[in-house]
Design a protein around this ligand. Structure first.
Ligand code: ADP
Ligand code: ADP
Length: 226
């Protein structure tokens, strides 16, 4: 059984732009998958279809063996982190992280437990009472990741989460993501155009070009030049 199954997935925009063509992938539980390729190759579109933010034109998407093509984003067992942090500016870090759980009417103690745990994992406990504007870019992205993981989703989707950071922070956050992965029981699908990120993070890497999957394999398999 795979945790996420994409079978013959297509995305056709406006009836003529084929952004994703016959995408096939079976993702195992707790696997870290990276989608990599140049701008415009269909990475984001693929991720957004898994998230339910973009309709699937053709094909079947399953999460935990359930067909989810027509299931709303909030009813899929997923959470997503975007390139832009999309934090609520008027809320504190704690309130930002509580928000998705309050929306789901989780009880207060469980919310506090999850937020404190995520803050500890991401090393942002000392910022819980601050507003996002009082944080650096790296700290904000940690909060955005925190807000996603408090839901304890089966699948965590990340769309270029480090692209807005400078090179030094990016290296640091890459290490943080590796650490995060060891702490939470989640399957990752991670989009980047950065080969180094793909190499260091992925169990398997999917190389896309012009909407097609060119190659799928371990970092050694896909990046070893003969
Ligand atoms: P990537 O994430 O790899 O940069 P995208 O998935 O964003 O690629 O885009 C894939 C292709 O689909 C591109 O040609 C892009 O212009 C097109 N595309 C993306 N979103 C839309 C949209 N909402 N409407 C029409 N075309 C789109
Ligand atoms: P990225 O390459 O980082 O995925 P883009 O700059 O290609 O981002 O796209 C940003 C937004 O614009 C996305 O929501 C995407 O769906 C939309 N978009 C991209 N290409 C098109 C297009 N040709 N027509 C309409 N919307 C598009």
């Amino acid at each position: 059984m795979s945790t996420v199954s994409l079978q013959h997935i297509f995305k056709i925009y406006d009836g003529n732009v084929t952004a994703v063509s016959d995408f096939n992938l079976e993702i195992a539980d707790k696997e870290f998958i990276v989608l990599v390729g140049p701008s415009g190759c269909g990475k984001s579109t693929t991720l957004r279809m898994v998230a339910g933010l973009e309709e699937i034109s053709k094909g079947e998407l399953r999460i935990d063996d359930r067909l989810v093509n027509d299931v709303e984003p909030k009813d899929r067992d997923i959470a997503m982190v975007f390139q832009s942090y999309a934090l609520y500016p008027h809320m504190t870090v704690r309130e930002n992280m509580e928000f998705p759980l309050k929306l789901r009417k989780m009880d207060k103690e469980e919310i506090a437990r999850r937020v404190n745990q995520a803050a500890e994992i991401l090393d942002i406990t000392q910022y819980l009472d601050r507003k996002p504007k009082a944080l650096s870019g790296g700290q904000r992205q940690r909060v955005a990741i925190g807000r996603a993981i408090v839901r304890e989703p089966k699948v965590l989707l990340m769309d270029e989460p480090l692209s807005n950071l400078d090179a030094k922070l990016r290296n640091q956050m890459r290490a943080e993501i590796i650490k995060l992965r060891q702490r939470i029981n989640t399957t990752f699908i991670y989009v980047t155009h950065d080969q180094t990120e793909a190499m260091t993070l992925g169990d398997r890497i999917v190389i896309m070009k012009d909407g097609f999957v060119q190659q799928i394999g371990t970092p050694q398999q896909v990046f070893d030049t003969p």
